[in-house]
Design a protein around this ligand. Structure first.
Ligand code: CTP
Length: 402
């Protein structure tokens, strides 16, 4: 299945720290995600792990020396620096950062970094005293001024036996930073309000009415919008997922609370995406005490909840904003139902997803969606990861915003 990073070209600079072994794992992850990884190692790095390891993991030639190219070949430092979408340095030693900060070009990697026009991300890893030293900090500040992304190392037990700051960040953190660095900043200066997850409608202190929504799609959208530079407000029903970094989270339990939170925040939003699976009904009464079982049938009276999106659609008739995106969770007549909801709720876009397929809908990591826009243009997408779906939905949102 298509990875969100597929086809990207990353120049991966590796410098001489014991954390080199972790970089091997990163190269493997990137290669698995169909990234074209070109590894450039300093001589010190190659003393920790042979370049052969990285050649095997990346499936490509690894560069170490400045004068390796055969006569007549292109100048390696210029061609490698010009070809990549992103350059990452991991692990980055104090020595290598001092070189980059001062514009030194005395080996292949420092020369490449100087010649590189793409964004550079630096992942330092070293002993904490070295990291905290004023000289290293001054170099980091200077690199930030040049526009390099610096990813602060983690606290913990270091290879030298000390405790403190200096551990190379975990792969998950690095992946997120890489994705953000590669994301187009086409939602910068935009506020996106996203709802996610189920709502719980309680009928006594122990029980509630709900649905199978996990929040994965809504949280994925929030993360993807944040990467693209948006201010994200995430109104979430109960979900086990950690909120993505940087989003403003508003936790709610039931549909009426979601309604109130959306009504409070939508005015500052350029886009509202209702990915939540809002319960259409709630129990007419919430009992203060647990309902005891009796021998007979139990009647539970339900009353309708407000239709949040429909209300926003009505308001939009006058105000003309924000852009409204709805979801249609369907088990049959998907496209007809999607069209009906698009029209009835006065939406700009509806995302239709099938909820009964094995790999689609609630709780799955993948989804098969169709998009219908306000001009009734239909786009059916193949089975994709929810992460890729989120980006494709946002591509459409960006177009509609224009
Ligand atoms: N929605 C909402 N408020 C509700 C119910 C739904 O804002 N009370 C939103 C959902 O978040 C979704 C869209 O409306 O973006 C469509 O939701 P869906 O459950 O597919 O459809 P319903 O409008 O509830 O219609 P039906 O139950 O007949 O399928």
């Amino acid at each position: 299945m298509k990875s969100i990073l597929a086809g990207k070209k990353i120049l991966f600079g590796i410098t001489g720290s014991i954390a080199v072994y972790k970089a091997a794992e990163w190269v493997r992850e990137l290669t698995k995600a169909e990234v074209e990884v070109t590894v450039v190692m300093t001589e010190a790095a190659a003393r920790f792990i042979s370049s052969l390891t990285f050649a095997a993991l990346s499936g490509r030639r690894v560069y170490t020396g400045m004068f390796e190219a055969d006569a007549g070949e292109e100048m390696t430092h210029i061609s490698l620096a010009g070809e990549c979408d992103l350059c990452i340095i991991a692990p980055a030693t104090a020595q290598s950062m001092a070189k980059f900060a001062n514009g030194f070009a005395d080996d292949l990697l420092s020369t490449l970094v100087l010649a590189c026009k793409a964004k550079v991300l630096v992942f330092p890893a070293m002993n904490s005293n070295m990291y905290c030293h004023a000289a290293t900090q001054a170099n980091l500040t200077r690199l930030q001024e040049y526009g390099y992304g610096i990813i602060e190392p983690e606290q913990g037990k270091l290879a030298c036996g000390d405790e403190g700051i200096g551990r190379l960040v975990a792969w998950e953190t690095a992946r997120e930073k890489i994705l953000s660095a590669l994301a187009p900043q086409d939602l910068a200066d935009r506020t996106v309000l996203i709802t996610a997850g189920p709502t719980w409608e309680s009928f006594d202190p122990a029980r509630h009415l709900s649905n199978r929504s996990s929040g994965k799609m809504g949280y994925g959208l929030a993360r993807a919008a944040g990467r693209r530079g948006a201010r994200v407000i995430l109104v979430s029903g109960p979900s086990a997922i950690d909120p993505p970094p940087g989003v403003e989270i508003v936790n709610i339990i039931n549909a009426r609370e979601m309604h109130d939170a959306v009504m409070e925040h939508y005015k500052s939003a350029d886009v509202v995406v209702m990915a939540a699976a809002v319960s259409d009904y709630r129990p007419a009464k919430t009992m203060q005490q647990k309902i005891k079982k009796g021998g007979k049938l139990l009647d539970l009276e339900l009353v309708p909840n407000p239709d949040i999106l429909k209300k926003l659609g009505q308001k939009k008739k006058k105000a003309k904003r924000p852009l409204l995106i709805g979801f249609a969770a369907e088990s049959s007549h998907h496209i007809e139902e999607g069209r009906r909801k698009l029209k009835e709720k006065n939406l700009d876009l509806i995302v239709i997803n099938d909820i009964i397929g094995k790999d689609t809908g609630f709780a799955a990591d993948t989804n098969q969606i169709s998009l219908i826009d306000r001009d009734y243009g239909l786009e059916k997408l193949p089975l994709l990861s929810k992460e890729v779906c989120a980006d494709m939905i946002l591509d459409k949102v960006v177009k509609l915003l224009q």
